[in-house]
Ligand binder design. Structure first.
Ligand SMILES: Cc1cc2nc3c(=O)[nH]c(=O)nc-3n(C[C@H](O)[C@H](O)[C@H](O)COP(=O)(O)OP(=O)(O)OC[C@H]3O[C@@H](n4cnc5c(N)ncnc54)[C@H](O)[C@@H]3O)c2cc1C
Length: 395
């Protein structure tokens, strides 16, 4: 009889949880080590979903994908005056980080999901991987999957030369209940993924499920993302210095962005954004900021240790596919382990080439999309190469 490995997962967000579920379903014993001391909360706001993001919901008998996604019929562009300048039918789907997390977490359960379990070190030999946790405990597993995100500490441990590269811009983000929108703005925004091309950037708005997973129009949230340039050095340092005077590397949560930056950004929005979209920013209780980085690695398999999701490749968000890529890494790992008969080292060697290709291609495509938007000013409403998609525009 085959024996499936005992797998440890570093990081229990969407990538790590998907890996935990599919490997457990294969027959593996799985433990998830999550640094956070409490259940993870609404981070990352809205996400475009692709088949791999919600595949677990489609295939599991306990979950229902129709309860996590909103399907929007229109892709549309407005001009700065709020007039519709482009519209086409599409079938993009959207959800929120929280809604997907809640579903996956419900399926995995809490028993083997270890909160307050930061992985501070690991070492492998021919028998297994020994993981050391921040609380002093250590655990030995047969295979370790590092899904510890963009700020992964596993990545420099495995690949000391891999560094993130600042893309030169950030995402300003905001969410408000759709019910707070003026009726005329709600009418324009409720059925579409709505873009506007801006000087040196673009903004997009789309509905996502409400905080309790509500999917009905009017009970959902309007989710806004705006890409805005801040020069490396003084400008980005100043933006990312929060209200308490600390320079944050990756993000500023709601309430942490300094008032002068919020005011300046709102003035920019009033001057350049359609009024229906600027309204979302004016009505939010606190916009938040995520810095856009490119991260690329030369390897994802290291003997019995895998690096996946944003820990391996962090891509610019313009294809809406970062979570989908993390989930795809997880599904492909399941396939490789099954095909290798449960041998972790053989499985990871099989898995790595395809996932390196996926990460490289997505990074290259999203870098091009971002550079065209932020620096070359060649975004044109309706350009087919600007579509969302994991494997290519619209795919
Ligand atoms: C502006 C913006 C918009 C985006 N929009 C989309 C979109 O529309 N669609 C989409 O698919 N993706 C989108 N993304 C990308 C998406 O958010 C990420 O690609 C995705 O969340 C990566 O998931 P992950 O599981 O790899 O990592 P993460 O979600 O970053 O999770 C890492 C986890 O590891 C834990 N951790 C870290 N270190 C340790 C440690 N040492 N020990 C234990 N635990 C640890 C963390 O607490 C965290 O829970 C967007 C990103 C941005 C910035």
């Amino acid at each position: 009889m085959r024996s499936w490995p005992h797998v440890g997962i570093v990081g229990g967000s969407l990538g790590g949880l998907t890996a935990a579920l599919v490997l457990r379903d294969l027959g593996c014993e799985v433990d998830v080590f999550e640094r956070s001391s409490e259940a993870l909360k609404a981070r990352g706001a809205g996400i475009a979903t692709h088949p791999s993001t919600t595949r677990y919901f489609e295939e599991s008998s306990e979950l229902d994908a129709s309860l996590v996604e909103i399907e929007l019929p229109w892709l549309q562009f407005l001009d700065a005056g709020g007039e519709l300048v482009y519209q086409e039918r599409m079938n993009y789907r959207f959800s929120s980080w929280t809604t997907v997390y809640r579903g996956l977490m419900g399926a995995f359960g809490e028993e083997r999901y270890h909160l307050d379990s930061e992985v501070v070190d690991f070492a492998q030999d021919h028998r297994g991987v020994t993981v050391r946790l921040g609380n002093g405990a250590s655990r030995t597993v047969d295979m370790l999957v590092c899904a510890d995100g963009i700020a992964s500490a596993s990545r420099p441990r495995l690949l000391p030369g891999a560094h993130e590269r600042y893309a030169g811009y950030v995402a300003w983000r905001a969410m408000i209940p759709e019910s707070d929108l003026e009726p005329a703005s709600f009418e324009v925004l409720k059925d579409g993924l709505t873009y506007c091309v801006l000087p040196d950037g673009h903004v997009l708005v789309y509905p996502i499920p409400g905080l309790e997973g509500e999917l009905e129009p009017g009970r959902r949230l309007a989710n806004l993302v705006c890409y805005h340039n801040y020069a490396d050095g003084g400008e980005i340092d100043d933006l990312m210095t929060d209200r308490s005077g600390e320079r944050q590397a990756l993000s500023l949560p709601p309430g942490a962005v300094r008032g002068e930056h919020v005011d300046r950004f709102l003035a920019f929005a009033d001057e350049h954004m359609p009024p229906q979209i600027a309204e979302v920013l004016h009505k939010t209780t606190g916009p938040f900021v995520q810095v856009i980085y490119d991260i690329e690695v030369a390897n994802m398999a290291f003997g019995r240790v895998a690096l996946m999701g944003d820990a391996a490749f962090a891509v610019r968000p313009h294809a809406g596919a970062g979570t989908a890529k993390a989930c795809e890494d997880a599904w492909k790992l399941r396939d490789a382990l099954r095909d290798a008969g449960g041998d972790p080292v053989a499985a990871l060697a099989r898995w790595e080439p395809g996932q390196l290709d996926l990460g490289r291609n997505l990074l290259e495509r999203t870098r091009e999309m971002g550079d065209r938007s932020q620096y070359r000013h060649t975004w044109v409403p309706g350009d087919p190469s600007l579509r969302l998609g994991l494997y290519g525009p619209g795919r």
